[in-house]
Design a protein around this ligand. Structure first.
Ligand code: ADP
Ligand code: MG
Length: 258
């Protein structure tokens, strides 16, 4: 049964000179526990979809349902992770992790323990009382991941969370995120423009094209790849053939000639 559904979603951004059609008739659904990637060039509306799903912004037309309720009536917690970690520099790591529950006035001792446990689980030991400036980019992004998970969201929206990291750190974090989200049986949508990352992490890849943002094609990732850790997917014998198919689809829609 679908957990999240978008039905004929169209979105216009109104500006003083007119409007931009950012999304044109987008329909797809995501099952509970499924990991779906939105892949496409800059400006094709990937972040717009996540803003709408998160409830931050209302779509111009169409319907969005989460767990059978219109998104604006849903009470399920949604986790959002972005390219930049947005940690508050003047707050300790523990206070940064607990910022969501604090806003919801939901802090208790168990939650502090859970925060420390989760930090340990992502490989961050004894950092609770440190400040973000003393951590590397990869460590900070792991703190951002813990901050996202602490509210126990039912769906995670990941907007290019690895794209500001160096390649080695990115590969390690992909494995970590994959492992954690599968262990906790989370539903997730990952936005990326990296084909390899989409194949390595997801069950399904929705390829988009721009001007206006549309769904071009959807690819099921072969089961053998879905069950492997992202790092190993890239070396799997079946990896290259799906990479080539996705590459071809993206190129079909690419108007830029190099
Ligand atoms: P992506 O995340 O795939 O790069 P976006 O969802 O950010 O794409 O943007 C889709 C389109 O909407 C682009 O043409 C972009 O310029 C436009 N857009 C995004 N945000 C705004 C905004 N706040 N106001 C006006 N246009 C916007
Ligand atoms: Mg974006």
């Amino acid at each position: 049964m679908p957990f999240l559904t978008l039905e004929n979603v169209t979105h216009h951004y109104f500006t003083k000179d007119g409007y931009t059609k950012a999304l044109d008739d987008i329909s797809f659904s995501v099952k509970e526990g499924e990991f779906v990637s939105l892949l496409g060039p800059s400006g094709c509306g990937k972040s717009t979809i996540l803003s709408i799903v998160s409830g931050i912004m209302d779509q111009t037309l169409g319907k969005v349902h989460l767990d059978n309720k219109p998104i604006d009536e849903s009470e399920l917690a949604i986790g959002y992770m972005l390219q930049q970690d947005y940690l508050f520099p003047w707050k300790t790591i523990l206070d940064n992790v607990l910022i969501g529950p604090k806003i919801q006035e939901n802090i208790h001792v168990d939650l502090k323990e859970k925060a420390v446990e989760l930090l340990n689980e992502v490989g961050l030991k004894n950092v609770e009382n440190q400040y973000p400036s003393s951590l590397s980019g990869g460590m900070r992004q792991r703190v951002a991941l813990v901050r996202t998970l602490i509210t126990d969201p039912k769906i995670l929206l990941l907007d290019e969370p690895f794209s500001a990291l160096d390649f080695q750190t990115k590969l390690k974090l992909e494995d970590l995120v994959y492992k954690l989200l599968h262990a906790y049986h989370k539903t997730a949508i990952l936005v990326t423009h990296d084909i390899g990352e989409a194949i390595a992490m997801s069950d399904r890849i929705i390829v988009m094209s721009a001007n206006p943002g549309k769904i071009a094609k959807t690819f099921e990732v072969p089961i053998e790849l879905r069950n492997e850790m992202p790092f190993l997917v890239r070396r799997h014998p079946k990896y290259q053939s799906i990479f080539d198919k996705v590459w071809e689809e993206l190129n079909k829609n690419d108007t830029e000639n190099v």
